[in-house]
Design a protein around this ligand. Sequence first.
Ligand SMILES: Nc1ncnc2c1ncn2[C@@H]1O[C@H](COP(=O)(O)OP(=O)(O)OP(=O)(O)O)[C@@H](O)[C@H]1O
Ligand SMILES: [Mg+2]
Length: 334
Amino acid sequence: MDQVMNMEGAPLSRRYYGGQAGRKIGVTFDGCDWLLKYPAATRRLAGSVPSYTTAPLSEYLGSHIYAALGIPVHDTRLAVRDGRIVCACRDFVGDGERLVEFAQLMNYMDEDDLPSSSSPDTTHGQRIVYLADARAALYRVPELAGTEGAAERFWDMFVTDAFIRNIDRNNTNWGLLDHGRERAFTLAPVYDNGNSLGNKKTSTAIGKALDDPGRIRQDALDVRSCYHDDRGHPIAPFKYMRSGDDDCVQALDRFMQRWDPARLDDILAAVPARAYGLSVMDEQQRDYHARVLRARYEQAFTPIWRDTATHITPFDMAAPWTITPDGATHGPNH
Ligand SMILES: Nc1ncnc2c1ncn2[C@@H]1O[C@H](COP(=O)(O)OP(=O)(O)OP(=O)(O)O)[C@@H](O)[C@H]1O
Ligand SMILES: [Mg+2]
């Protein structure tokens, strides 16, 4: 079982972090800088929500699911600070390095080159992130086009975020690391997985879902993406995965080749029920995550993969893929 780290006395690191989903502080612990993410108060949210989100737990679980897939992700631990369970995220920005968010790179693009430039800008007052714009930026912004694996990372996140139901992979929630003028950019590890796994579900809603397989199925399949289509409608990732977009189909295939459903039990089992007199994850939450993620894997991912990837054969994941002009995808064994 993972230890919940006691960071009560850890000194402040003088590192400061943005984002809008709650309090964050930087501390130094065991010779490293850590960002501590606190549960966010929900008093401004309408509807039936708990008074604080369970975002720290979601950050931890979502990040460990990324790690189990072999996708580079920030190192996260559960910790206690100020009498609360927080998620400690090891700061991955080294001295002399800088995180450059995708949103900053997208600003490089001439607006006339953005496929969505004639589309509405906002919906319900929220700024829209168009999938077509993000897609275009991957190939047209030199820093992104020149960074190995950027497009694959984008689609791996599209698929994995659908799995953990992360609804907030907006353009500030991934990026590149700038190592200084003379050196190439590299992909930053995946970070900000806190708005996932139903982090605003009340214990009453979880209890009701556990009593009703229909609700588990509904929660498993009711997934939306943070990306929008050209008309400003949110994209439904499971529908999009069937749309024949090769990059997406291949990312789904990578996911299915790498995901071992038994890993989920290990990840959940590593989280203690309580620590320092505080609840970390109760049995209902544990059961809920296990059942919803299993249902999503069996009822969405598996059938979509079967239907879209029948032409793909098992492959050596280290070797490159090729797509022939007729659209067939060939692994290295061909
Ligand atoms: N492990 C990390 N190491 C270094 N910097 C980080 C790390 N995780 C996050 N950051 C930085 O801190 C910022 C805020 O963190 P994060 O995105 O997780 O917060 P948030 O409040 O959930 O964001 P949002 O407003 O997108 O919901 C990030 O945009 C990024 O710049
Ligand atoms: Mg963020």
